[in-house]
Ligand binder design. Structure first.
Ligand code: DGY
Length: 328
């Protein structure tokens, strides 16, 4: 039964999210491949009660002031650094996200990146495709050992923990850095918390799973890269600005570290002629760590459930400011 709610969805998302929305609201979907620019975003949100937004949409105080009818912003992502949450809270706007449903997909993909970089899989595929494969060679495309190596997980939250758990299958020593410690998880999964500098110095693989905040922006810069082993590989599946791009280019060009594998970059997207894209010792994929059919269906469903609950004045299944907006 349709109600008088109007909601915007700022990109095409799986039907699993659109169908429940259509049952309760008039739904406006931004159908283009590229995100709406600011003007188009303001226009599509005009008069809306709620919206499913993406990490490419900047939601700030000015936008919320210009759209006083907007009561729920349901982000189609676990990360919500595109939203000024304090500004939303101040205006009584609920902000929701999609934790949990993308944890496994992102952890799996992190491992895909790690193994691909370690064993030089993209270079190997290119080698064969280019017709350069003449014979088996003892020195051909040698990579780095994964089994038995040391894995450093910076940010041992939901995703970091799943990445760490998977390391048991590779008999790895696992180090972790985080500002809060889960000692029970660490004991159960043989993870040792260490300061960031120690993690960087001792790890063969450093994988980043922190949220982007003022504190984590450029958490990996020149100084941190210099602490890493020359044989180390950096994996970033968090947010691009956690790594200083220029410093990483330099480190990869100078041999400060061996290689990098990036699901996220700064800026995003990177142009095809950017050094990180063209260098053999860097793998860049287009922010697809959570991109499985199953996970995207679940993200769509959860973001719709969040939005509908918020519109009904109920506590959404996953909100980052419900306590402040609705009260405990
Ligand atoms: C997120 O959810 O924050 C990812 O970056 C996209 O899945």
């Amino acid at each position: 039964m349709a109600t008088s709610w109007t909601v915007a969805v700022t990109r095409q998302i799986p039907e699993a999210g659109l169908a429940p929305l259509r049952e309760v609201a008039e739904v406006r979907v931004w159908e283009e491949e590229l995100p709406p620019d600011t003007e188009a975003l303001y226009a599509i949100l005009d008069g809306c009660d709620g919206a499913i937004t993406l990490l490419t949409d900047r939601i700030d105080g000015a936008l919320l002031d210009a759209h006083p009818s907007l009561r729920v912003v349901s982000n189609f992502a676990v990360g919500y650094d595109n939203i000024d949450v304090p500004a939303a809270t101040e205006r009584g706007v609920l902000v929701c996200n999609t934790p949990g449903v993308l944890t496994d997909a992102t952890a799996d993909h992190t491992w895909a990146l790690m193994l691909s970089a370690a064993r030089r899989i993209p270079e190997s595929i290119e080698y064969v495709r280019e017709g350069r494969w003449k014979t088996w060679g003892p020195l051909l495309l040698l990579g780095q050992a994964v089994s038995g190596a040391t894995l450093g997980v910076a940010g041992l939250g939901r995703i970091g923990k799943e990445v760490a758990r998977r390391a048991a299958g590779f008999d790895m020593r696992v180090l972790a850095y985080d500002t809060v410690q889960d000692d029970e998880f660490a004991a159960e999964h043989n993870v040792t918390y260490v300061p960031l500098d120690q993690l960087l110095a001792e790890s063969d693989y450093v994988t980043l799973h922190v949220a982007l905040t003022d504190e984590t922006r450029h958490m990996i810069g020149r100084e941190q890269l210099a602490r890493m082993k020359p044989t180390a590989i950096l994996i970033n599946a968090s947010r691009g600005p956690v790594v200083d791009t220029d410093a990483l280019v330099e480190a990869l060009q100078n041999g400060t570290i061996l290689a990098a594998a990036l699901d996220v970059t700064d800026p995003e997207p990177l142009p095809a002629d950017h050094p990180l894209v063209t260098m053999d010792n860097c793998i860049v994929v287009p922010h697809t760590a959570s991109a499985t059919v199953q996970t995207r269906d679940q993200m769509a469903k959860l973001s719709a459930d969040n939005l509908i609950a918020g519109l009904k004045g109920e506590r959404p299944p996953a909100s980052v400011n419900a306590d402040a907006v609705l009260g405990n």
